[in-house]
Design a binder for this molecule. Structure first.
Ligand code: MRU
Length: 346
C-alpha cells in the first residue's frame, strides 16, 4: 500500500508535505503557508532529499508570490527574488535548491508584460511543472536502472534516496522499486546513516511498506557485509554531481571505497538536473550541521558535555569509484565522465 504518493502538494496557497523528522514513529503532514515556514522546514530537514528540495524551493517561491503585497510587476519580482535568496540560504550542498530557484526566477523575469495576478499564476505553474517533471524523471530512472538489477541481487543503499526524497517514487529506491515490480527477487541492505538516521528511519520505512525485503545495518558494518559476500551492488542518490565527483550523504565516500576494494559495482541514481558540470569538488561548500546531531541520538545525549565535533552532512566520491550514473535518459559511464572532465582516465 502506498501511503505517500506525491510528497509535496499545493492546495489553495498551502504546501503540504510529511514532516520527515518525525518518521517513522509519527506521520504528520506539515502545512506550509509562508516562505519563512518553507525555509525553516528545509533547514531542519522536515523536507529533505535533493529532488524534493528542488520542488520545495519552487513552491517556496510560489508562496512568496501569493503572500506578496506587491501592486506592480517590479514589486512582485523584487519579492520573488527575496524569497529565492531566503530559500537558497538554507542548505548549501544540494544543487537542486539553486537550480529550481534560478529556473523560477529566470522564467518570472521574462513575464514582464503580465499582470501581477497573472505572474503569480505563472510562477505557481512553473513550480508545479518542476514537481511533475521530477516525478516523471524518477520513473524513467527506475526503468533505466532496473536493467542493471538481476535476480538474487542484494543491494546496499545509503541514506534515503526514495519516495520521501523526491516528488514521487525515488531515485536509488526507484531503481529498486522498479526491479521489484518486474518480479526480480532482490534484497536490500540499508545503512542506518548517522547522524540523522535517514536510512534506518526513512529507507527501511519505505521498503517495508512496499514489502521489499530490507535488512538494516549500522554504517560501520558495510565492510563486514561486503567481505562476507552479502552485498553485490550499491546504489545511492546524489545531491550534486560535479566534473570530478558525486556529492551525497556523509558516508557515501567510505561505501564507494569499500565497494571498489571488494569489486562491487557502485551506481549513483540521479536526475540530470543534479549535474553541475561547471564546478569541481573544491568549488562546493559542504554543509556543516549542529554538533548536537553527533553528540546525541534523538534527544539522548551519547557523548560527554562540551565534546568537540565535526559534522559535515555530505562528502564527495571521486568519479573513479563510480561504475555508472543512472539518469532519466540512460546510464552514464566512464566515457561520459571523460566528457565532464577530460583528465578522467578511461
Ligand atoms: O541531508 P539529506 O537527508 O537531505 O540528504 C539526502 C541525501 O544525501 C540523498 O542521498 C540525496 O539527496 C539523494 S535523494 C534522491
Amino acid at each position: 500500500m502506498q501511503i505517500f504518493m506525491r510528497m509535496i502538494k499545493w492546495t489553495n496557497g498551502t504546501v503540504t508535505t510529511p514532516d520527515q523528522t518525525l518518521l517513522p514513529l509519527k506521520e504528520v503532514t506539515l502545512e506550509i503557508k509562508t516562505v519563512e515556514q518553507m525555509a525553516e522546514a528545509i533547514k531542519n530537514l522536515r523536507i529533505r532529499g535533493a529532488p524534493l528540495l528542488g520542488a520545495a524551493a519552487a513552491f517556496g517561491i510560489a508562496l512568496g508570490a501569493y503572500t506578496s503585497k506587491a501592486q506592480t510587476i517590479s514589486e512582485l519580482l523584487r519579492d520573488l527574488h527575496a524569497a529565492g535568496e531566503t530559500i537558497k540560504q538554507q542548505r548549501p550542498t544540494a544543487v537542486n535548491l539553486f537550480w529550481a530557484t534560478d529556473r523560477i526566477l529566470n522564467i518570472a523575469k521574462t513575464y514582464k508584460d503580465l499582470s501581477v495576478e497573472e505572474l503569480r499564476t505563472a510562477v505557481l505553474a512553473e513550480a508545479q511543472k518542476i514537481a511533475d517533471e521530477d516525478a516523471a524523471q524518477n520513473y524513467a530512472i527506475g526503468k533505466n536502472g532496473a536493467e542493471l538489477i538481476t535476480d538474487d541481487d542484494t543491494i546496499l543503499t545509503h541514506c534515503n534516496a526514495g519516495e520521501l526524497a523526491t516528488v514521487e517514487y525515488g531515485t536509488a529506491l526507484g531503481v529498486i522499486r522498479h526491479a521489484w515490480t518486474q518480479g526480480k527477487k532482490i534484497k536490500v541492505i540499508a545503512d542506518e546513516t548517522r547522524p540523522l538516521l535517514q536510512g534506518a528511519r526513512l529507507t527501511v520505512f519505505e521498503l517495508q511498506r512496499d514489502g521489499i525485503p530490507v535488512t538494516l545495518i549500522t554504517d560501520n558494518m558495510a565492510g563486514y557485509a561486503m567481505s562476507k559476500g552479502l552485498i553485490n551492488k550499491v546504489i545511492v542518490g546524489a545531491d550534486r554531481i560535479v566534473q570530478d565527483a558525486v556529492f551525497n550523504k556523509i558516508g557515501t565516500y567510505s561505501v564507494a571505497i569499500l565497494a571498489h576494494t571488494h569489486n562491487i559495482p557502485f551506481y549513483v541514481a540521479a536526475p540530470k538536473n543534479t549535474f553541475d558540470l561547471k564546478h569541481k569538488t573544491t568549488d562546493i561548500t559542504i554543509e556543516e550541521r549542529t554538533p548536537n546531531e553527533v553528540t546525541h541520538i534523538g534527544n539522548q545525549q551519547t557523548a560527554p558535555n562540551s565534546t568537540k565535533v565535526l559534522n559535515p552532512a555530505f562528502d564527495a566520491t571521486p568519479l573513479k569509484y563510480v561504475t555508472g550514473i543512472i539518469t532519466e535518459t540512460g546510464i552514464y559511464t566512464k566515457e561520459h565522465f571523460q566528457k565532464f572532465n577530460p583528465t578522467f582516465p578511461l
